[in-house]
Design a protein around this ligand. Structure first.
Ligand code: FEO
Length: 396
């Protein structure tokens, strides 16, 4: 009986990656409640064997156990480095100490591998776009796909099996199952991953989609999360996400010090929903704004609810706004909901941020001194209806 799970994802191609169930944050920005996986694959041809990417440091024993189980008496001839980030390339030096393989990477990848991993010149070689390496009955074709996620990234395609190793592209921080039809909430986690890694580079992600549009794909084997043996769903989802299309959807993020802003947000959100807007509400006092990422992929409107604090928006709002700015979502409209006490200032500062940093249209504001009266609440409902009409007008 085998000691490790090393599923054969296609004839002669084995998953030897490791699941990191304990990881709870990635790059200090992506929250990973399910942990993540560091996928790596062995491709056995009739003559040669290739290892596709490696693993994160800390998984040496499990990883080499899996490789040994799959290899038997075979040896590794090539280590393909699709991406130089340590979650994929971290164990390249460790593997080079244990086999005679040559690392294959893009030209920029070679430079980064030498910088990060001190790989000697005689153990690494640059491959060109479309270059083919024959393993015997299977070929590896390298497809340039830069900035998905670093500048050196590339895809590796096996035409004989219509299988694409896509690295971070199509990935998800999802440790459930090995295949898409076994895993839970596949598109939800892939969308969140897209938001965190690909959305800030959406133009490059569009180019990535163009790069693969004319090749036949039956299996996508990414570097995190499940292998897609039914790839059309994730391909269709990526077509939608990379298009930058938004839906009639509003994300409301708010901070409330005395429950006043919270009450205004509740009135505003209910009125938007009554007009058919899909609404998400996040209390920044109790939630981590990094959880917003996935919702930003297709949200059209951002509403900030904030009290005035010392003439400005509440600093927790600024943290959330900075995360939104970093992820560069395709938002179109912004709105500010504010309650102030002895001095104004938050609305002006909030609008300036929407215009100058997020580069979205400030579509309106609600600004109330103290707690809202019944008349104020009626005004909030009316304002929300007008905003809903504006959000929906994009689809008219
Ligand atoms: Fe999964 Fe960009 O590293």
């Amino acid at each position: 009986m085998n000691a490790y799970a090393t599923p054969e994802i296609a004839d002669g191609i084995f998953h030897v990656g490791c699941k990191d169930w304990k990881r709870r944050v990635f790059d200090a920005i992506a929250i990973t409640p399910l942990g993540t996986t560091y996928n790596s694959y062995i491709v056995r041809g009739a003559d040669k064997t290739a290892l596709i990417d490696t693993n994160h440091k800390g998984f040496e024993d499990e990883y080499t156990g899996k490789i040994g189980q799959v290899l038997g008496s075979h040896t590794i001839d090539y280590i393909v480095m699709n991406h130089a980030e340590p979650d994929h390339a971290g164990l390249i030096p460790y593997m080079l100490d244990r086999c005679d393989a040559t690392v294959l990477a893009s030209e920029k990848g070679v430079k980064l591998a030498q910088l990060y991993y001190k790989i000697p010149d005689n153990r690494i070689r640059a491959v060109a776009d479309n270059e083919i390496v024959d393993l015997g009955g299977k070929t590896l074709q390298f497809l340039s796909a830069p900035h998905l996620h670093w500048p050196e990234t590339m895809f590796t395609y096996i035409p004989e099996q219509k299988l694409l190793f896509s690295c971070d592209f199509f990935s998800a921080h999802n440790t459930t199952g090995f295949f898409d039809d076994e895993a839970e909430d596949v598109i939800l986690w892939a969308k969140k991953y897209y938001a965190e890694i690909m959305m800030p580079l959406a133009k490059m992600a569009q180019k990535g989609m163009d790069r693969i549009k004319d090749i036949e794909i039956e299996i996508i084997a990414p570097s995190h999360g499940p292998v897609y043996r039914n790839p059309q769903t994730i391909i269709d989802a990526y077509k939608e996400w990379t298009s930058g299309k938004t839906r009639p959807k509003a994300l409301i993020v708010y901070v409330s010090m005395y429950h006043t802003v919270e009450g205004m947000v509740r009135t505003f959100a209910d009125a938007l929903m009554a007009e058919g807007i899909d609404v998400r509400v996040v209390d920044l006092t109790t939630s981590d704004p990094r959880e917003l990422a996935g919702d930003l992929v297709d949200t059209r409107a951002l509403v900030l609810g904030t009290p005035t604090l010392l003439g400005n928006v509440h600093p927790l709002s600024m943290f959330a706004l900075n995360i939104v700015k970093t992820l560069r979502p395709p938002l179109k409209y912004g709105y500010i909901i504010n309650s102030y006490g002895w001095g104004k200032g938050a609305v002006k500062k909030g609008i300036a941020y929407l215009e100058e940093k997020l580069r979205i249209e400030p579509a309106g504001t609600v600004e109330i001194n103290g707690a809202p009266t019944d008349e104020d609440n009626e005004m909030i409902r009316k304002s929300a209806k007008e905003f809903a009409d504006k959000i929906k007008s994009d689809d008219a």
